[in-house]
Design a protein around this ligand. Structure first.
Ligand code: ADP
Length: 160
């Protein structure tokens, strides 16, 4: 069974993330979505909220599991018994950073490989930060996030 990990903060999950999850689920037997507990960042949504919103958004993908983790991604990959990490690439600006991480990961864990899926052009502009920026002013974010995330953003920002 070929399993892969797709990790991130998902604060909140966007349609760009969901597109990468759906495409990974079509390539691998199982895709584990790793939700990062990052104590250095102060996320808008708690890790439980992020896990729950991802579970809801991916409920129609049977070979997808959502699990939170802290620490190094390569350690989480080993714990999950996989050596494949999936990352999404939006633009050349992502490339340098992603290359740096992938190469560092290969040094600390040579058995782990990173594969990149290029973003669907439709979502190439999308990031969780953009979503938060717009949502806090009450903008319509239906083209940015899965449907179940909309009421959660409204509740956080107390907007209509
Ligand atoms: P982090 O904040 O920890 O970097 P993100 O949740 O922003 O995590 O991103 C997780 C992964 O999703 C990364 O590989 C990133 O490149 C990818 N990603 C983010 N937004 C998009 C998008 N709109 N389309 C495709 N991939 C994306």
């Amino acid at each position: 069974m070929k399993r892969a990990i797709y990790a991130g903060s998902f604060d909140p999950v966007t349609l760009g993330h969901l597109d990468i999850i759906q495409r990974s689920a079509a390539i691998f037997d199982e895709i584990i979505v790793g939700v990062l507990v990052n104590s250095a960042k102060s996320p808008l949504f708690s890790v439980e909220e992020r896990v729950n919103m991802l579970e809801e958004a991916t409920k129609t993908i049977p070979n997808c599991r959502v699990i939170s983790f802290s620490g190094l991604l390569v350690d989480f990959a080993k714990e999950m018994d996989t050596n494949v990490i999936v990352r999404g690439l939006r633009a050349v600006t992502d490339f340098e950073y992603e290359l740096q991480i992938a190469q560092s990961n290969r040094i600390v864990a040579p058995e782990v490989d990173t594969i990149f899926l290029t973003t669907n052009i439709e979502y190439s502009y999308l990031s969780s930060s953009t979503v938060k920026e717009y949502a806090q002013y009450g903008a319509d974010v239906t083209s940015f996030v899965p449907e179940n995330v909309i009421p959660l953003l409204k509740a956080k920002f107390n907007t209509k």
